[in-house]
Write a protein that binds this ligand. Structure first.
Ligand SMILES: C[S@@+](CC[C@H](N)C(=O)[O-])C[C@H]1O[C@@H](n2cnc3c(N)ncnc32)[C@H](O)[C@@H]1O
Length: 415
């Protein structure tokens, strides 16, 4: 006997009345409308959960994005039409018409299924894989995301730094690798500085400005300036609250090595805003760093540097030299419609974008719209309880590569 008084012992079934055929199928034995509805609801719920397990919705999300790509990338158009007509099925509300569709086992020898009214194409895994492979071939870059090490630095440093720096784990994971990598790259310039100085005496970096664009509190720039023996020049359109500024936390004798320039990197004129500061402090060599400049902030920073380098980093009698630039980007998904035009203008002559879009500005904007919608899939994949699939991550990394390539080329052309 169960707690609610129902006899659920196996023998209890023996006492249920046995109905004749007529009794069982008599009109009054037909399921009521509400019980039929209940049954349909249960069936739909069970199909939905089968598709949740199979990741049908996520597969469709990546498929739709890849399917839109040929409008931006002419080289993809012909191949994609061929693949898109071959496999998959049609489904309603994210539900494929067969289990095989959801599991990616559609028979490629079958003709393409006709699209029934009101149903959406339900791609299968093989179809999405084929589109991804084609997109990868067109968007290939010299240094794809997957080939990058997680940190460009001795790995044990990460564990040590994370034990020393107190920060919520989410930020620790996001920032630490980049900070440690930037510092390692900057410290490699130290050797150049020492070699140029001939016999180092501790003063060899005193003419160096570490210009941090989008510096925020300035801690990273200060560490980089310490490594090289110079000043930190913090450029930001927003002055952080006083308690967060690095200058307020340093021992007094280091504070004079922090210089701030407040302004938007998109509007700043280096000759007007930066060079007088450098000249005043006898800083003639520049190392640029930038970390997490969202959206097109990185592109604007590159534009500023490009103009500055073309102008020769000079103003009147003051001459400056760019020693290097280390830039860690972020938040491609924040490149909105207006930003896409900025990106388009800044990278108008980029050879990579010219190759993939056929030097057509509208195609480039279409491409950016597609890419920026999905680059966050990769970061979301690290969040708890997310449903991002490996196909989405693969697409996100591909788009990230494409967004970054013109930036790498622009940065390389500075030196
Ligand atoms: C995400 S925070 C990163 C701060 C710091 N670089 C770090 O990694 O801790 C981005 C910083 O860039 C600044 N920033 C964003 N866009 C900018 C722009 N167009 N011009 C100047 N500063 C900008 C913001 O005010 C903010 O301090």
């Amino acid at each position: 006997m169960s707690a609610d008084g129902v006899d659920d012992s196996p023998e209890a079934e023996d006492w249920l009345p046995v109905l004749s055929f007529e009794e069982a199928f008599a009109d009054d034995a037909k399921p009521s409308v509400s019980s039929r509805r209940k049954q349909r609801r249960a069936e739909r719920a069970s199909i939905r959960s089968a598709h949740e397990r199979a990741g049908t919705r996520e597969l469709r999300a990546v498929f739709q994005v890849l399917e839109a790509l040929p409008a931006a990338l002419p080289d993809l158009a012909a191949n994609t039409r061929q693949v898109a007509g071959r496999a998959g099925g049609y489904c309603r509300d994210g539900v494929a018409n067969t289990a095989a569709d959801a599991e990616g086992e559609a028979d490629e020898t079958l003709p393409a299924p006709k699209k029934p009214k009101g149903r959406k194409h339900c791609p299968d895994v093989a179809e999405v894989d084929a589109l991804l492979t084609q997109a990868t071939a067109v968007l290939r870059t010299d240094c794809p995301y997957g080939a990058l090490p997680e940190v460009f630095a001795p790995p044990e440093g990460l564990a040590i730094l994370s034990a020393m720096i107190e920060r919520p784990p989410k930020y620790q994971e996001k920032y630490l690798g980049q900070e440690w990598s930037i510092l390692t790259k900057v410290s490699s310039l130290q050797e150049v500085v020492w070699a140029l100085a001939g016999s180092p005496d501790g003063q060899e970096g005193k003419d160096i400005a570490v210009v941090d664009i989008g510096a925020g509190n300035g801690s990273l720039a200060m560490l980089a300036a310490l490594l090289l023996g110079g000043h930190a020049v913090l450029v930001d359109h927003t002055l952080p609250p006083e308690p967060l500024r690095v200058e307020g936390r340093l021992p007094a004798e280091y504070r004079h090595r922090i210089l701030r320039v407040t302004g938007d990197v998109g509007d700043l004129d280096a000759q007007e805003a930066l060079e007088p500061v450098l000249a005043k402090h006898g800083l003639s060599r520049v190392v640029v760093i930038a970390k997490h400049l969202c959206g097109v902030g990185t592109d604007l920073a590159l534009k500023l540097l490009r103009r500055w380098c073309w102008d020769g980093l000079t103003s009147g009698a003051h001459r400056a030299e760019l020693l290097g630039a280390v830039i860690a980007t972020c938040c491609g998904h924040k490149i909105g419609t207006e930003d896409a035009q900025v990106y388009r203008e800044i990278h108008a002559r980029d050879p990579y974008l010219t190759r993939i879009t056929g030097q057509d500005g509208d195609r480039l904007e279409t491409f950016l719209k597609i890419c920026t919608r999905c680059v966050a899939w990769r970061t979301t994949a690290g969040a708890s309880a997310n449903r991002i699939t490996d196909k989405q991550v693969r697409a996100a990394e591909l788009f990230e590569d494409a967004l970054q390539e013109p930036r790498s080329l622009a940065a390389a052309s500075l030196l």
